[in-house]
Design a protein around this ligand. Structure first.
Ligand code: ZN
Length: 214
């Protein structure tokens, strides 16, 4: 088995396309359906978008990205299938976390599908000796659906972690992007202060002004 150098993973040549604000790749992945509550906008329109998400989020390194983008040996049908599978996984992750956020029962079907994806990802992991210890690594990471494995695993690990109570949805009613609130007081309300937070502040400011002028 040929081992990849850890250092090769961080080299980036393209400017990121996705806004990764969640602090967890599984939650960032959920946010690839933008403006969910009002006018959902699909940010994973093509398999290439999925690859870009993989590269931006670091679950694919540049070499994997290039090989999969060229995909000379992969049929259009296969990439389309993975794209559909990716969106399905995303919605399962969303449904599970949303139920938790809303304090509702977790949908059994979504959890079962997420479990299956996480199990399949775990089956592709191997312990590898590195200097001073061992790390888990995905083997045969050139598969057309390789970016989905770390995402499924990240979702499962977050669910089983003590970080779960800090998963939030953005307070903007039109946004509701998910994120992990790692702030000191755990009072983060917005996906992004420069975006949603400021819009809400401006709205409050005008509402106050209007009230005062009445
Ligand atoms: Zn937001």
């Amino acid at each position: 088995m040929k081992l990849r150098e850890e250092s090769g993973k961080t080299i980036r040549r393209r400017a990121p396309r996705f806004e990764l604000i969640a602090g967890n790749v599984a939650l960032d992945f959920v946010n690839t359906l933008d403006d969910r509550p009002t006018q959902p906008k699909e940010l994973l329109a093509t398999y290439a978008d999925l690859l870009r998400f993989g590269e931006d989020s670091g679950v694919l390194d540049t070499g994997q990205f290039d090989r999969l983008l060229e995909r000379k040996h992969i049929s259009e049908d296969a990439t389309q299938e993975v794209l559909l599978q990716a969106r399905e996984l995303r919605e399962d992750i969303h449904d599970v976390f949303r139920a938790i956020l809303k304090k509702r029962p977790v949908p059994a079907a979504a959890l079962a599908k997420l479990n299956a994806a996480a199990q399949s990802a775990a089956g592709r992991m191997r312990l590898v000796a590195v200097k001073g210890g061992f790390v888990w690594r995905f083997e045969d990471f050139g598969g057309v659906d390789a970016m989905l494995w770390p995402i499924a695993r990240a979702a499962a690990e977050l669910l089983a972690s003590d970080q779960l109570p800090y998963v939030r949805a953005c307070s903007s009613k039109t946004c509701e992007w998910f994120f992990l609130d790692t702030s000191k007081n755990h009072r983060r309300r917005w996906c992004d202060m420069a975006n949603c937070g400021n819009r809400a502040k401006v709205r409050r400011f005008y509402a106050r002004q209007k009230k005062e002028s009445c």
